[in-house]
Design a protein around this ligand. Structure first.
Ligand SMILES: Nc1ncnc2c1ncn2[C@@H]1O[C@H](COP(=O)(O)OP(=O)(O)O)[C@@H](O)[C@H]1O
Ligand SMILES: [Mg+2]
Length: 312
């Protein structure tokens, strides 16, 4: 480990132009500190896999510098590559190999000395220990995915890349994957994942980078992003229909929707402005409005994303 540079990943001025002339990455600058879960979020074709493959040395950068744990990924390729484990988007395995053999072979590829205890612990952490002698073809989809993670971690890397770890899997499997990833982070590993599911970034990440058409549009602490871009709404479910908002309430950012059941009054406010809900409630009451229910709603990253990219 090279402690001179504290960042797990440091990227400056990265550009990738494929041999057919297609520009897949534009001037990317990105620092990822150790121990973080970073989600690279973007629609299909945004350049997520290209960025990951370029960092991991599978694709060559056209321009720019990438440092992994302080090692330049071209001039110090072997050390840089040894510091990362990659679970690629396209899973490929040898169906007839056993779990144990696959993972130990993978470790050997990195020239690491055998370490039965490490592999045993790894398989236990990923709930694969009782399957160690099974052939891969007998594993369920969820187990296969965990096996890919075990393979990627077999050589004890400091940084784990997960390219679309839950693309096309059912909700249950996705949630169990999220739990596994969080557990892995507890061991001190830096995790960089790509996803086109906003919910996944929202659930998993400490920090989110939004990528579109090869441009890293922004990187921000997830909570700060939610706070900055997110709107909070307080929704008052009305007992009786209201034809218009009473003039005494006109100073509040209220909107009215009506239906046969009475409709709703929706108060929209920024998450970082102090808004006294009890003040609004008092005013509703003195105007004869008694909500039968009150609930709040906060923008999801999806709504934020749509706002950012201006797509509807
Ligand atoms: N080998 C390649 N040659 C040319 N273009 C490519 C190649 N690989 C990917 N692309 C293009 O680069 C863009 C980004 O692809 P990719 O990084 O796979 O996006 P994502 O992972 O975000 O879906 C896409 O338009 C894709 O068609
Ligand atoms: Mg991809």
């Amino acid at each position: 480990m090279n402690h001179k540079n504290n960042a797990a990943i440091s990227i400056t001025g990265l550009e990738k132009i494929y041999s057919n002339g297609f520009r897949a990455l534009n001037n990317i600058d990105l620092q990822i500190p150790r121990g973080e879960i970073f989600a690279l979020l973007g629609p299909n074709g945004a350049g997520k896999t290209t960025l990951i493959n370029t960092i991991c040395g599978i694709a060559q950068p056209t321009k720019g510098t990438i440092t992994i744990s302080g090692y330049n990924n071209i001039t110090q390729y072997r050390k840089a590559r040894a510091a990362v484990g990659l679970v690629p988007q396209e899973l490929s395995t040898n169906a007839f190999e056993t779990v144990w053999d696959t993972v130990t072979f993978s470790r050997g590829l990195f020239g690491k000395a055998k370490n039965r205890l490490y592999i045993e612990d790894l398989l236990k952490r990923l709930s694969l220990w009782d399957k160690k002698d099974e052939q891969i073809q007998s594993l369920s989809g969820g187990m296969k995915r965990r096996l890919m993670v075990a393979k990627a971690l077999s050589h004890e890397p400091e940084i784990l890349f997960l390219d679309e770890p839950t693309a096309g899997v059912d909700v249950e499997l996705r949630k169990s994957m999220w739990v596994q990833v969080r557990d892995l982070r507890e061991t001190g590993i830096t995790i960089i994942l790509t996803t086109h599911y906003i919910e996944e970034a929202q659930e998993m990440a400490d920090r989110v980078g939004i990528i579109n058409k090869g441009h890293l549009i922004l990187t921000e602490d997830k909570n700060a992003l939610m706070k900055k871009m997110g709107k909070r709404q307080m929704i008052f479910v009305l007992r009786e229909p209201l034809t218009k908002i009473p003039s005494e309430l006109q100073d509040y950012p209220l909107a009215l929707t009506t239906d046969d059941n009475g409709g709703k009054l929706i108060l929209t406010y920024d998450t970082d402005t102090e808004n006294d809900i009890s003040d609004v409630l008092d005013n509703l009451k003195s105007n004869g409005i008694r909500p039968k229910d009150i609930y709040s709603h906060q923008s999801s990253l999806e709504e934020i994303f749509i706002n950012l990219l201006g797509i509807k």
